[in-house]
Write a protein that binds this ligand. Structure first.
Ligand code: IPE
Ligand code: IPE
Ligand code: MG
Length: 224
């Protein structure tokens, strides 16, 4: 049975779910947040140490302002209402991506990270304004300015995922088979599960089915 330390998820399909069920993309984002809470609970139950959630990409700024504002409001409210609860559950929150939001949200994110930084039960990495290409470019720039050798170990040190093991599993919901600029380096050997269901419809049962399937996979890492 494969050990499972890290699950990464591209939470896709909120907009389509919202349009289909509530005639509004934003209603899909709201419903998607309920799935996030379910999956956090189930991750703890499965004793998985790291959960990385792709919530907003560097490319998502191309969306209408109304949708972007709605998404960040949702996030703000979630943090205000839930960070104490996450902290009590010994959960650490870490942001991947560049914190270039409103002053209020930047502060809230920094405070949430700081408050929970010593927690050990589960680390949630929230990828927000995250893009893998820009992460890699920054890492190479740091290597260049510090004149360190270009090798895997040094590159890992300058990525935002420093000290985080690579994902064992990548799940993408929403019936689309692409990576959309997510963790391109870190996913080199992950087991990938593309799910037809839209994110708000994804549930504990689907998650546990994937975990069960993953555990049985013969992971070769180049060997036979
Ligand atoms: C993913 O759902 C969530 C974000 C990118 C914020 P989408 O909003 O991309 O939903 P679809 O793919 O349009 O249905
Ligand atoms: C990927 O979903 C980003 C997140 C889930 C946050 P998108 O819906 O933005 O991806 P594309 O644009 O369809 O590839
Ligand atoms: Mg999408």
């Amino acid at each position: 049975m494969n050990p499972l330390n890290h699950v990464a998820i591209i939470m896709d399909g909120n907009g389509r779910w919202g349009l289909k069920n509530k005639n509004s993309r934003n209603a899909g984002h709201k419903a998607g947040l309920i799935t996030v809470e379910k999956i956090i609970k189930e991750t703890i139950k499965n004793k998985i140490g790291y959960l990385t959630l792709f919530a907003f990409s560097t490319e998502n700024w191309k969306r209408p302002k109304k949708e972007i504002n709605y998404l960040f409001n949702l996030l703000e409210n979630f943090l205000v209402n839930k960070i104490e609860d996450l902290h009590k559950q010994n959960i650490r929150l870490k942001i991947l991506g560049l914190k270039k939001f409103s002053r209020k949200l930047n502060k809230l994110l920094n405070n949430s990270e700081k408050k929970t930084s010593k927690n050990t039960r589960l680390q949630i990495n929230l990828a927000l304004n995250y893009g893998s290409k820009s992460e890699l470019i920054s890492a190479f720039k740091k290597i260049q300015t510090t004149k360190t050798k270009i090798n895997e170990k040094n590159l890992n040190r300058y990525l935002q995922t420093k000290n985080i093991p690579d994902p064992d599993i990548l799940i993408r919901t929403g019936n689309t088979k692409r990576l959309s600029n997510f963790l391109l380096w870190q996913l080199a050997y992950s087991e990938i599960f593309f799910e037809k269901k839209l994110w708000p419809a994804f549930n504990e049962k689907d998650y546990n089915r994937i975990i069960k399937e993953y555990k049985k996979i013969k992971r070769n890492f180049g060997k036979i």
